[in-house]
Structures are given as C-alpha cells and as structure tokens.
Design a protein. Sequence first.
Length: 181
Amino acid sequence: MSRVGRLPIELPEGVSIEVEDGAVRVKGPKGELARPLAGGITLSTEGRRVLLQRQDDSREARARHGLMRKLVANMVEGVGRGFSRTLEITGVGYRAELRGGAIFFTLGYSHPILFQLPAGVSAKVDRQVVVTLEGADRELLGETAAAIRALRPPEPYKGKGIKYAGEQIRRKAGKAAAGRG
C-alpha cells in the first residue's frame, strides 16, 4: 500500500496556502490555483509544512488521502516553479507558428489548424518544430498537450506527426517484405 498521503508538503518561499469553504487555495509567483478538498480529508499547516489527514481507514478514504496529497503537492509546485511539456513535430512540411494566444499548425491537411491555448497555459515555438507548453496547473497542461498531440498523432511507418519529447514510437517495416514472392 502506498504511504503517499502521510508525507508532508514543504511550502517554498513566496507560496501560501489556505482552506476556506471546503476548498484549497494556493497562491504563488506563477499564479493562483484552487481545488475542492475531498470529503473526509482535512488539511493543517505547521509553519512551512502542510499535512493532510483522513478521518477513517476505509479503502476509499485511503485512496482519496494519497490522491489529495499529490494534487495539493502539484498545486504548490505549479504556483512555485511551474510545469512544462515539450512536443516535437516530425514530417516534411509539418510546422507550428505562434500568433498571440493561438498556435497555427500545418500538418499535411488541406488547411492550417488553429489551436487556441486555454487561459493559464503559455507556449513557445522553437525552429517551427518544437512546441514548449508552460503553466502552473499540471492537469490543464497535460490535457492541452494531449489535445495538440491528437491533432496528428505519430504514425508507425515514417513517424510523422506530433509526439511528446522523449516518446518512443514503435516503427513498422512496411510493404517491403510483401514484394518478395
């Protein structure tokens, strides 16, 4: 069993946390995040440390305890340092261009694709093929990266498409073996 919920969360300098009306609110240099606190979980602060406790030892309470602890820890890290996710575009003529709060993708379709970035997520485009997303909310950042990747997922034959940095694409041989009859 995981013991994640028992671990204390250290608050970095410039980050403050408060609980009001059953919701956790974290403020820091990168922004402000709020999330409702799961039922049966209480949050207490001791100086620069935050502890989460559960009311009982039921299976559901233990699961929520670890989950809420990790969600609050991600909020603290997000408003303190922030998160980033890098996407790579592979393919002849495939590219991205940043215009204001939107990214224009040319991905081999008959039209360019306009992707509007959600509030709280910023982007940088390097060499027209590397898109770096940054934000304080880890969940929103992951959803945005997944939505961009879904515009043209990498295909297994030539590897063309949008992939996460460091992602391994399983390649297939193609039709070369079928010609030898």
